[in-house]
Design a protein around this ligand. Structure first.
Ligand code: NAP
Length: 282
């Protein structure tokens, strides 16, 4: 493929912006789908089209003639995904999906979890697929920034839950490789950080980078459930909390796939905090 044309959904998001930069750097022609192209703030070389992945018509227009597409399905279940995914599969020979290492969370159409449901649809409809199954995003811990603005304590439901948090730049770098190199067709990668840290260790890392003495306090389950349910709905919140509780006894796996695909070690959580110092007021 000389100058591939790549469609990026979720292009203005945490991962998507890095994907766009990586594709441009590699010389691809980039199209992006955004609900509000005027506010997308993407590089001028990118053709930004209006819409989102739930809109089959917008997706069809954006996908016409593209060689590869990144699918970022935003939603806590797969309701409404079949039409758009089928449309994408008809028009684009290779669909890369930003999926999740924990495939089973979320109530989907066949009750196996949103990410597995969307993967099944992609597998069914696209000629080639690549599933980039991300572990917990390091960026999820930006949710602590508000607490840390007013205090040195972070309240958490499971401080000893142990996760291999991944830097969004690594997720994007794996996606870019997958989008541009047919060697990654019909593969699935588990994309995690290089080591597993308890949430208490994550908070300590933020403290170390910011030069602050931070503490963790255990948040009661019911309070955490109520907070999360407001963001993601009660069912997904209950499943997420259950998953985090399980990570106390069974730490999240550390995958070698970032290093395998990129030829360098995955970025550490400490590196991620350094890159996001300003977001924590540092
Ligand atoms: N957080 C985790 O730990 C984790 C782990 C594994 C997998 N994932 C998956 O990663 C994906 C999220 O990636 P990300 O964090 O890079 O995305 P993001 O920053 O949350 O959002 C990406 C873009 O999607 C669009 N968007 C946001 N909300 C939307 C909505 N309600 N309806 C339609 N479009 C919306 C926005 O673009 P416009 O405003 O330009 O339209 C946004 O910039 C999801 O599929 C998630 O399930 C997350």
């Amino acid at each position: 493929m000389s100058t591939p044309t790549a469609l990026v959904t979720g292009a203005t998001g945490k991962v998507g912006r890095h994907v766009v930069d990586g594709l441009l750097e590699a010389g691809a022609e980039v199209r992006a789908l955004s609900r509000d192209p005027e506010r997308a703030r993407l590089p001028p070389e990118v053709r930004v089209l209006p819409g989102d992945p739930t809109d089959s018509t917008a997706l069809a227009d954006a996908a016409a003639g593209a060689d590869v597409a990144l699918l970022v399905w935003i939603g806590f279940d797969a309701t409404g995904a079949e039409g758009p995914v089928a449309m994408l599969g008809e028009r684009v020979p290779h669909v890369v999906q930003l999926s999740a290492a924990d495939l089973t969370t979320g109530g989907g159409s066949v009750q196996q979890g949103v990410w597995a449901d969307v993967e099944s649809l992609v597998e069914q409809h696209a000629e080639h697929h690549t599933f980039v199954r991300a572990g917990g995003f390091a960026a999820n811990t930006l949710g602590w920034a508000e607490q840390l603005a007013g205090s040195d304590t972070v309240r958490l439901p499971h401080p000893l839950a142990t996760r291999s948090l991944v830097h969004e730049r690594d997720i994007a770098a794996v996606i870019v490789r997958a989008m541009l190199d047919p060697a990654h067709h019909d593969r699935a990668y588990a994309v995690t950080g290089p080591d597993a840290l308890t949430q208490a260790q994550q908070v300590a890392t933020i403290g170390r980078v910011l030069g602050r003495d931070l503490e963790v306090a255990e948040q009661p389950h019911e309070e955490a459930l109520a907070e999360l349910a407001g963001v993601m709905g009660p069912e997904f919140a209950r499943q997420s909390l259950g998953y985090w509780a399980s990570l106390v006894a069974t730490p999240e796996a550390v995958s070698p796939d970032v290093e395998r695909v990129l030829g360098r070690p995955a970025l550490t959580y400490e590196r991620w905090v350094q890159d996001h110092r300003a977001d924590f007021g540092g």
